[in-house]
Structure formats: structure tokens, C-alpha cells
Design a protein around this ligand. Structure first.
Ligand SMILES: *[C@@H]1O[C@H](CO)[C@@H](O)[C@H](O)[C@H]1NC(C)=O
Length: 276
């Protein structure tokens, strides 16, 4: 009985989708500022003084390895934010965030990451990148399986949010999430805390996307259950070499870690910080 319930409630299919933007995404806002080009192989978002723009996945995913190549707004991108994230719906939603905060020409972008579980976030970690993310496309990946959420940049893990449910910390595992992305104006806070405003003479600002790839479980209306291969992303975790890569990235490029921000949490750091 329990098994039968699981199959019916879950209704997931495992897929490998090498993306076509027409097939996998809907443009959701921006009044023509978001465009799918090159037969579905390229998507661009743009922002001007009147509006930003955005898109979302047609599918909802529950676990997967999801890759997207993004080329960020070049030149003076101060005040702009390119958000790329997974999120479920509702007040107790789960969310896995990449947000790219623009900067003046020559000053580094900030890559902001966060994880929400059951509606609760406040788990920010921020990084600089070891390359100029506006010159070329780079791959931003989320590996989400029942034991880990691993953020990766060009295959280098930068953050590993572990399943610590046994210690009473919620982990996203029941709520399917869609992929969302948007380019919008956040000059009130984005660049040096809001000190640097958007230079609208440089508009429109454009970010580009290509080579979406999802090895993931998709919520479907059919009766199939999600049975991803036993090897691969479902069981993946960091081996010692990728652990070393993550330590390298965190040591050299991490500019903020909520787990080190004792002033922000006078009642004590969040519990996952002391487990690591
Ligand atoms: C922008 O550049 C300044 C100067 O290097 C840096 O302090 C800041 O963290 C960068 N990023 C943002 C989003 O302001």
C-alpha cells in the first residue's frame, strides 16, 4: 500500500534533455524583451528603464543535475541582477539560487547563492569568479539529489548544502521546482550595497543563455515513477578531488558566508553551520 501510494503521488519521469528553449521554457514577462533565437538554441533577456524580462521552465523537476550556460551583461552592468534559480510554490517553498550582481566595467560581478527550505532562506554565500563572466558563456550547474545540493561553476563545486534532516534541518525533497531566470533592475542594493546606480544610457542590458541540459526527474501526469540510473547524479557527492576544488574556490573567491557572520545571528549561527 505504501509503495503504491509512493508511485501514484510521485509520478515522476527521469529524462535527459539537451535543451531547446522553445521546447523547455516559456517566456513569462518583459513584453518582447526576452527572445528565443537560432532555432531555439539561444535565449536572450534584456533590461531597459521601463522593464526587465524573464522566463521559466515548462517542467517541474524533483531532483536532477541541471546545467545552463550563461553570458552575463557586459560593460557597466552596475545595478542589474541576473537571477537564475529553482523554486517551488507557496509560503513554505524551497528554492536554490544563483544571482549575479552586476558591477562597473572592470569591477567583478558578485555571484550570490542561497538555499531556502520550507520557506526559510538566510543562507547566503557570495563569490567572485575566476574569469570574466561577460566575455564568454560559462556553465552554472545545480546538482540536487536526496543527499546534497551542490552548486557548480564550470564543473568546479563552490558550495555543498548537505541533507542534515537527521539533525533537524529541513532539506528540499518533496516539492517539485521550476527553473526561473530574470534580468531586472536592483540598483537600490545590488552594486556596493546600492551606492552605484544603473547607468541607463548603457541600456538595453542583455544576458544570454544556451546549452541547457537537464538530467532530472520531471513531474508528469503519467503513472511512471522516477527511476534514475543508480550511478550518476542521483548518488553523486564530492570525491576528494572535487572537495579540494571546492576548498580552493571558497578560500580564494568566497567573499561572504552567512556561517561566518556572527553579528547577524546574535542568538547563535544556524545549526547547519556548526556541522559542516
Ligand atoms: C563591485 O566591485 C567592488 C569593487 O571591487 C566590490 O567591492 C564589490 O563587491 C563588487 N560587486 C558588487 C555587486 O558590488
Amino acid at each position: 500500500m505504501a509503495m503504491r501510494f509512493f508511485l501514484l503521488a510521485c509520478s515522476l519521469v527521469a529524462v535527459a534533455s539537451a535543451g531547446n528553449f522553445y521546447q523547455d521554457f516559456d517566456i513569462t514577462w518583459g513584453d518582447g524583451r526576452a527572445k528565443i533565437l537560432n532555432n531555439g538554441h539561444l535565449l536572450t533577456l534584456s533590461l531597459d528603464k521601463a522593464s526587465g524580462s524573464g522566463f521559466q521552465s515548462k517542467n517541474e523537476y524533483l531532483f536532477g543535475k541541471i546545467d545552463m550556460q550563461i553570458k552575463l551583461v557586459p560593460g557597466n552592468s552596475a545595478g542589474t541582477v541576473t537571477a537564475y534559480y529553482l523554486s517551488s510554490q507557496g509560503p513554505t517553498h524551497d528554492e536554490i539560487d544563483f544571482e549575479f550582481l552586476g558591477n562597473l566595467s572592470g569591477d567583478p560581478y558578485t555571484l550570490h547563492t542561497n538555499v531556502f527550505t520550507q520557506g526559510k532562506g538566510n543562507r547566503e554565500m557570495q563569490f567572485k569568479l575566476w574569469f570574466d563572466p561577460t566575455k564568454d558563456f560559462h556553465t552554472y550547474s545545480i546538482l540536487w539529489n536526496p543527499r546534497h545540493i551542490i552548486f557548480m561553476v564550470d564543473g568546479t563545486p563552490i558550495r555543498d548544502f548537505k541533507n542534515l534532516e537527521s539533525r533537524g534541518i529541513a532539506f528540499p525533497k518533496n516539492q517539485p521546482m521550476r527553473i526561473y531566470s530574470s534580468l531586472w533592475n536592483a540598483e537600490d542594493w545590488a552594486t556596493r550595497g546600492g551606492l552605484i546606480k544603473t547607468d541607463w544610457t548603457k541600456a538595453p542590458f542583455v544576458a544570454s543563455y544556451r546549452n541547457f541540459n537537464a538530467n532530472a526527474c520531471i513531474k508528469a501526469s503519467g503513472r511512471s515513477s522516477c527511476t534514475p540510473a543508480k550511478s550518476g547524479w542521483w548518488n553523486q557527492e564530492l570525491d576528494s578531488a572535487s572537495h579540494a576544488r571546492m576548498r580552493w574556490a571558497q578560500k580564494n573567491y568566497m567573499i561572504y558566508n552567512y556561517c561566518n557572520d556572527v553579528n547577524r545571528f546574535p542568538q547563535g549561527l544556524p545549526p547547519e553551520c556548526s556541522i559542516a
